[in-house]
Design a protein around this ligand. Structure first.
Ligand code: SF4
Ligand code: SF4
Length: 161
């Protein structure tokens, strides 16, 4: 009987200590500064930028000297994409070949970067742009105008050095 009483007392004591410890941790953290951001209602002043080589949204790079896209519409990226995200519609022949249309479905993309690595002329890049959330999945399909516009900010493919 005395043994049972002792065991019960010890269990109760352990429970009380554990509750006090738990509340102490809560209390200490309650006064700490908040580190979470309420995305997408975040503080714009923080201006978060991912590091170099971040595989965010896509861009087609323009050859500024020639005033046209670097892309030669070889379709290597399209054939290499494991998820079938890319569709390139070529026009012209030989050195005059160019992409009349270029689509990338960011919603299907797994951000592997293969399409960027296989491009023979460094025409396609992934950018630090991580703001891809939309309400309609159809808005995740990038077209040639969107890809070209974003690419104007870039002269080189973004890679981790
Ligand atoms: S990053 Fe990978 S999955 Fe996404 S489009 Fe390129 S090859 Fe396809
Ligand atoms: S982006 Fe590169 S790999 Fe893709 S079609 Fe254009 S030149 Fe070819």
């Amino acid at each position: 009987m005395a043994r049972a009483k002792k065991a019960i007392t010890s269990t109760i004591a352990e429970a009380v200590v554990s509750i006090i410890k738990g509340h102490w941790v809560t209390l200490v953290n309650f006064w700490r500064p908040t580190v979470c951001e309420r995305y997408p209602h975040k503080d714009k002043s923080l201006d978060y930028k991912p590091g170099p080589g971040y595989k965010g949204d896509f861009a087609l790079i323009t050859d500024k000297e020639k005033g046209r896209l670097r892309c030669i519409a070889c379709q290597t990226c399209e054939r290499s994409c494991p998820n079938g995200c890319i569709r390139v519609v070529p026009e012209g022949k030989g050195k005059e070949r160019y992409p009349a249309e270029f689509y990338i479905d960011v919603g299907l993309c797994m951000n592997c970067g293969i399409c960027v690595e296989v491009c023979p002329v460094d025409a396609l890049t992934m950018t630090p742009d991580y703001e891809c959330s939309v309400h309609d999945p159809r808005d995740l399909v990038r077209n040639i105008e969107q890809l070209t516009e974003r690419g104007l900010e870039f002269d080189e493919v973004s890679r981790v050095k």
